[in-house]
Design a binder for this molecule. Structure first.
Ligand code: GLN
Length: 488
């Protein structure tokens, strides 16, 4: 049952030589063979490369290297198909990248390797991280390990499903408007979006550069703190990464909430919320209070505009970022009689419907005559949303809310209605616009079918320590994180 261990437990066993890195990696591959034909989390896995890394970790362990020097030595960690892993395929679950392979490692991947991790696999996602269900993947839909008639969330659906199905000990994904927290909530694992600038984006294929941030999916909060530690810090290759010191994140996991003020945003607890989600979150808030936190109502008055603002800014940035997929520099190419025809044929057949919708929307809001009415105005509203948070954080240490308005929905339920799909990110999007950090962790289940419910804890900019402290104290005094999915 090695595959069911938490990352911290595996590290313990590896350092006591009770299991080898090879056994840990083989356990993940075996679990994949057992369940991935039902979950469909992985696009591909280079088994030889994975085993070679595991063997190298075992050699390092045998030669006396400790987990103090290399904190993730021998731990298998999988990647969303949007992160560069040298020599491995990179598709962003799109057809347009063809047979492209990453020429270099993303900074986070280099950091994982530096910490000794066994980095493996390409995890399915919505094409170019645009979506909330993985139904926009050009290849196949990932299914929820708790109920395979349902989606795992998105866009990092493969990341969440693979952790919930115990096919890896943790994974790294990206969050532009909720793509880590939303699927983590729907699959019953822990997903964290660090503060913008906390983690280098070098080697992350850009969707919306002012919103994108890389973060971990883990089986519990401590594992999340360990991974955040490994990937955080300034990087001269990403000019938006910040020179903030990286604290010892696990030191903040005290289990104690005394003296903390936690805000409940009144705008987040209204209309459209599934009654079981509403009840679970309210129970979680009372629980936090019983652990010693003071609960304070706060207001984020511009929340109503968050989804609209996001879909202007994110699409505008995406339309510029995705211009590089032109059939000339990368990946697939459909020939044409001249470069313009080549370009339009390649993009016409290479991108899926949602990506095209975003590019068209983004080009429109940036076009002359509409720029002021849409893009400029959205930037101003973004500032107001950021100010709402900064103001709220003057009186509270963190804010809690549901992560999503409902538990996992059925495959096909929202795929025909983009607006309904967009609304599943209603609680996660403002955090990206404001740039602060957020985490989702399990806070209960719906009754029938039994599906995970997520609690979101939002922290101040660079307030990961307090955010983790709250999440950890809640988690350790509740049973939810110990539940295993039927396909786990
Ligand atoms: N679901 C949102 C979207 O479709 C967020 C995606 C993300 O965070 N990458 O844009």
């Amino acid at each position: 049952m090695i595959h069911r261990l938490r990352l911290a437990e595996l590290i313990d066993k590896l350092s006591r030589r009770e299991c080898s890195a090879r056994e840990a990696m083989a356990a993940c591959l075996l679990q994949m063979d057992r369940v991935d034909s039902q979950v469909h989390a992985f696009l591909s896995v280079d088994r030889d490369n994975a085993m070679a890394q595991a063997d190298a970790a075992d050699r390092a362990l045998a030669s006396g290297v400790t987990h103090r020097e290399k904190p993730l030595l021998g731990v298998p960690i999988a990647l969303k198909d949007v992160l560069c892993h040298q020599g491995q395929p990179l598709n962003c679950s799109s057809k347009i990248l063809g047979t492209f392979r990453s020429p270099y490692d993303a900074t986070v991947v280099a950091k994982l390797k530096e910490a000794g991790a066994t980095v493996f696999g390409r995890l399915n996602m919505d094409e170019f991280a645009m979506g909330s269900s993985t139904e926009n993947s050009a290849f196949f839909t990932t299914l929820n390990p708790w109920d395979t008639s349902r989606i795992p969330g998105g866009s990092s659906g493969g990341c969440a499903a693979s952790v919930a199905a115990n096919e890896c000990f943790a994974s790294l994904g990206s969050d532009t408007g909720g793509s880590i927290r939303q699927p983590a909530a729907l699959c019953g694992c822990v997903g964290m979006k660090p503060t913008y600038g906390r983690v280098s984006r070098y080697g992350l294929v850009a969707f919306a550069s002012s919103l994108d941030q890389i973060g971990p999916f883990t089986k519990d909060v401590r594992d999340g703190a360990i991974l955040l530690q490994a990937i955080s810090g300034y990087d001269r290759r990403d000019s938006t990464s910040m020179r903030e010191p990286v604290p010892e994140y696990t030191a903040s996991l005290t289990g104690n909430l005394r003296g903390l003020k936690i805000g409940l945003a009144k705008e987040f607890m209204v209309g459209g919320l599934d009654p079981e989600v509403d009840a679970a979150v309210k129970r979680a808030v009372r629980h936090l209070e019983s652990l010693g936190a003071e609960i304070v109502e706060v207001s984020l008055p511009h929340s109503d505009y968050a989804v609209a603002t996001y879909y202007i800014i994110a699409t505008a940035e995406a339309s510029a970022n995705l211009a590089r997929f032109d059939g000339i520099r990368y990946g697939a190419r459909v020939e044409g009689s001249d470069p313009f025809q080549l370009n339009s044929r390649t993009r016409g057949s290479g991108f899926g419907a949602e990506v095209k919708r975003r590019i068209i929307l983004g080009t429109y809001v940036l076009s002359s005559g509409y720029y002021d009415a849409y893009y400029l105005r959205a930037q101003k509203v973004r500032t107001l949303i950021r100010q709402d948070f900064l103001k709220a954080f003057e009186s509270v240490d963190a804010i809690v809310s549901p992560t999503t308005p409902t538990a996992a929905f059925k495959v096909g339920e929202k795929s025909g209605d983009p607006l309904q799909m967009y609304l599943s990110d209603i609680f996660t999007i403002s955090c990206n616009l404001a740039g602060n950090c957020g985490i989702s962790l399990p806070c209960g289940f719906t009754s029938s079918p039994k599906l995970p419910i997520g609690l979101q804890v939002l922290g101040k900019p660079f307030g990961e320590e307090t955010m983790l402290r709250i999440a950890h104290a809640y988690e350790q005094s509740t049973p939810w994180h110990r539940e295993v999915a039927p396909l786990g």
